[in-house]
Ligand binder design. Structure first.
Ligand code: HEC
Length: 325
């Protein structure tokens, strides 16, 4: 992609355009694509209230053109989460206003490796005998190679348009803690109608944003594929680095402040003696290492995904930009 396109996609990304609409509900309309502009189908789920508050509400499938639309009964604060197989999931806070449509463009970043993706080992629907089949449990046996599951073990019912977080095998008090591996479950009220497995979709994202493929009927997991986004060569420069930083890093880091967003603010990074989180000396090698491998295994809670799949020139550009902060 030419640089001008990259810049354009960054500016549009996250921009909120207010449109006129019939009074009543609030609407979120979105487009999902990768950095090369290809539309990405998948799943869009909303949290009601705070982003990462883990109160799940409405959702929808994102179609082949990368488009989706979610209507909610009330305006207010929501957390939008977008998932597409092979890409890091994208969280974003959105403010919806009654009678209006908010439009978002979401650019997803491919996962460099799928080796750390959570795994859905088994899935089943089990009527609960004790309650005359009025409750059916959806059960998901979940593993995670790097053992940093979070609260996002999610189910989506396409008929009702609702998303749910499944209950973990044991209670977890702090959402930032690593969640256990094992059997997650969701009780579904089947007193009026039996469960229809075709309606159900499943996706899991861990603390490092590694995401499973979206599992749909007949619910047989396939080996995950790594996606490659082909983009034209970019010049190695601090300017390119600024664009890349916008695309990959601003979600979690300020470049003009030192306080924490999800990760530490990176203003003045190369003027420091030690790196803000690991306290290792500031050096090109140590920063490069962080970009390549993401968070060290001992980091708990919010973790940085690895960017080792970026072309060497892009990493060089990022470093040039970080030096200007
Ligand atoms: C999903 C959130 C997320 C994204 C995206 C992200 N980071 Fe981070 N980053 C973190 C977190 C959390 C930490 C603190 C924990 C740690 O050190 O791993 C961190 C730490 C760092 C550090 C300090 C490391 C240290 O040793 O103290 C640097 C430098 C850094 N990130 C650079 C980047 C760059 C450059 C990008 C974009 C290519 C990026 N990050 C993208 C979350 C993120």
């Amino acid at each position: 992609m030419r640089r001008s396109n990259l810049v354009a996609s960054i500016i549009v990304s996250g921009a909120l355009l207010w449109g006129a609409e019939a009074k009543g509900e609030a609407t979120l309309a979105g487009t999902v694509k990768n950095a090369a502009g290809q539309p990405l189908p998948g799943l869009a789920l909303m949290e009601i209230g705070e982003l990462h508050g883990n109160v799940w509400g409405p959702g929808t499938l994102v179609d082949e053109r990368g488009e989706f639309k979610i209507e909610v009964p009330k305006g207010g604060q929501y957390g939008l989460h977008v998932y597409s197989g092979g890409y890091l999931y994208h969280p974003e806070a959105v403010l919806l206003e009654e009678g209006k449509t908010v439009r978002v463009t979401v650019t997803l970043i491919p996962e460099g490796t799928r080796a750390n993706d959570p795994i859905i080992k088994r899935l089943g629907f089990f009527p609960w005998e004790g309650n005359q089949g009025k409750t059916t449990y959806v059960k998901l046996d979940v593993a995670d190679p790097n053992d940093d599951l979070g609260p996002q073990v999610l189910a989506f019912n396409a008929r009702t348009g609702r998303g749910y977080a499944l209950d973990p095998p044991r209670q977890v008090r702090n959402l930032k803690e690593d969640f256990p591996q094992g059997v997650y479950q969701l009780p579904v009220d089947t007193s009026k109608a039996p469960i229809e497995p075709k309606d159900w979709y499943f996706v899991i994202a861990d603390h490092q944003c590694n995401t499973t493929d979206i599992l749909s009927y007949p619910h047989q997991p396939q080996p995950p594929r790594v996606v490659r986004v082909i983009m034209g060569a970019r010049p190695v420069s601090a300017d390119t680095g600024r664009d890349l930083f916008q695309l990959y890093c601003t979600r979690c880091h300020y470049s003009d402040r030192t306080d924490t967003k999800t990760g530490p603010g990176l203003r003045g990074l190369f003027g420091r003696e030690t790196l803000p989180s690991s306290n290792t000396p500031v050096s090109e090698d140590n920063v490069k290492h962080q970009i390549f491998t993401g968070s060290r295994p001992e980091v708990k809670g919010d973790r940085m995904p690895p960017f080792g799949h970026l072309p060497p020139g892009d990493i060089q550009s990022l470093l040039l930009f970080l030096r200007t902060l």
